[in-house]
Design a binder for this molecule. Sequence first.
Ligand SMILES: [Zn+2]
Length: 153
Amino acid sequence: MTTSQTKRCEHCNVLYTYHPSTYGFKPEYNDSRYCQDCDKVIGEALATVPVKFKKKFVPTSDYTREEIISAQEKRCEKLPIHRIMMPLFDLTEPTNQQHNFCEMMKDPISGQRIYYSVTWWSKKPDEVEVCKEIWWDIINDCAAKYQYTPLKN
Ligand SMILES: [Zn+2]
């Protein structure tokens, strides 16, 4: 298990230690491209630029619950271990469980694979909420006009 890597900073060229997987522990300055000093300066400079878009789950009718669960089952068939999701429980009614599935599916608008979620409570199995994760325009408080995100090389 790799817990740290030695990297050379892309700006000042110093050697530094990068922690790729932090398992909940997140060092304040930990970047795959820049050392701590440079990352701190970049962070401070970027703090003055407001974030304009964020990811957000919104209701959609792109897919049904059955289609999302079926896609997940198909994907999980190939995996040796099934991921177990802990369901949420209604504290006032312990028999009422929240079921939640999340799966990457093709977005008919952008053509890219994005996250879809399906949620329902066991007491009301017909009240299904299907959502998709989209880019949200923070400034105009609406869905972003352009959803396409170029893939990283
Ligand atoms: Zn540096």
